[in-house]
Ligand binder design. Structure first.
Ligand SMILES: [Zn+2]
Length: 390
């Protein structure tokens, strides 16, 4: 990752005029940099995250703590000196050639690394239900900041809101409607909020793993990723009393090894990918893994509608009534087709008053329909695996 990222940086930098106004493309630095984060800021953060052991702090580079929007040539030169050194230490691979030069084998290998296999859509859900509804809550808490070494108390407080104010509301709501759900909890969050984690488990909800500290999975080496997966399973098992059977990767990121490692750990399911609306079997490097994928979607996530990043001027506030309409339409179609309706929510987002009341209205709406099966991700995955090929 380090070499391919740095080569991208060098590739871009070579094409730029000396005083270019640089921007980072979000998908290259997902979660590391923000949409309008200056180039320098982005590469420094990436170096910190990606290249452990090769940390280059801002001060070492002679860069200001907060780089201005316009990157000067001096700063760029310093940056390139570092990146060139790093590239020299990590030779470029064939992968770094422009994609239009890739031979067929290369683009086929890229798409075949992780693929959606057989659909696992049962003819009906338990009790003859038409649709399965799987509600999930990702209790990220402070780890969204901590993973990037951000220790700002004011920003961390936004994370604390989730377990402190949001989770009790969510657990209460689910109890009133007798609905089981799944919480995905990073191991560090679970340890900070041990009592809350135990309370979630005691209330009958499933807990799946969600990384160690919500790390960027796509940047991990195979051994590190395996070790963090195992540590996460151990930590959640110790707190909840039950070994998790499912995973949702932090920010839904995958490395080239993730699918194989999930199968290696013997997990029943993953819920991080988006190749369908209904469960399917994960295929890794052409081989069916036996792992059930319960697909997610940004449309079915609370973050894009309500999330806010003050520093990046991302303020996409959406009226809860609009989100209700979108999710209602998604549910209606899943009901009509006989499928799966899976929501990804976050206690620090959906737990606010104006939003939890919208979720309650949606639950009430779904309750008006006959044949709706509310279930944990584990129960959906088990049924899909057992009956999905009937
Ligand atoms: Zn998360």
């Amino acid at each position: 990752m380090c070499s391919s990222f740095v080569s991208y940086v060098v590739h871009q930098a070579r094409r730029l005029p000396q005083t270019a106004h640089l921007r980072v493309r979000s998908h290259d630095l997902i979660g590391v940099a923000r949409w309008d984060t200056p180039f320098v800021e982005g590469i420094i953060e990436a170096q910190k995250d990606n290249c452990r052991g090769n940390l280059m702090s801002r001060s070492k580079l002679g860069l200001p703590k907060h780089a201005s929007n316009t990157t000067s040539f001096d700063r760029l030169s310093a940056l390139l000196t570092v990146t060139v050194l790093m590239v020299a230490a990590s030779p470029l691979s064939a992968q770094d050639a422009p994609s239009w030069q890739w031979p067929e084998a290369q683009w086929r290998e890229a798409v075949d690394r992780v693929r959606a296999g057989d659909r696992l859509l049962p003819p009906e859900w338990p009790g003859g239900a038409r649709v399965a509804v799987a509600l999930s809550f990702d209790m990220d808490a402070e780890t969204l900041l901590l993973r990037n070494s951000n220790t700002s108390p004011s920003r961390l407080s936004v994370g604390q809101y989730g377990p402190r104010a949001g989770v009790p509301r969510i657990v209460d709501l689910l109890e009133r409607y007798d609905i089981p759900s799944t919480f995905f909890i990073p191991a560090v969050s679970a340890q900070i909020y041990a009592d809350e984690t135990r309370a979630v488990a005691a209330a009958g909800h499933e807990i799946g793993i969600h990384g160690w500290i919500h790390e960027h999975t796509s940047l991990l080496g195979r051994d590190d990723e395996r070790m963090l997966m195992q540590r996460s399973l151990d930590a959640i098992e110790e707190l909840s009393g039950r070994r998790p059977v499912g995973i949702r990767t932090g920010s839904w990121e995958y490395s080239h090894n993730t699918a194989e490692l999930i199968a290696e750990q013997g997990l029943l399911y993953d819920s991080s990918l988006m190749a369908d609306d209904v469960p399917y079997e994960l295929v890794a490097n052409g081989r069916p893994t036996g792992v059930v994928e319960l697909p997610v979607e940004w449309i079915l996530d609370d973050y894009p509608y309500f999330g806010m990043n003050r520093a990046a001027d991302i303020r996409p506030y959406t009226p809860p009534s609009d989100v209700f309409e979108i999710w209602q339409r998604e549910f209606d179609m899943a009901y009509a087709e006989g499928g799966l309706f899976l929501l990804t929510m976050h206690p620090q987002i959906i737990g606010h008053r104006s939003r939890i009341s919208m979720l309650e209205e949606l639950i009430q709406y779904m309750r008006t329909r006959p044949g709706v099966w509310f279930a944990t991700h584990e129960d959906v995955a088990r049924w899909a695996k057992e009956h999905g090929r009937d």
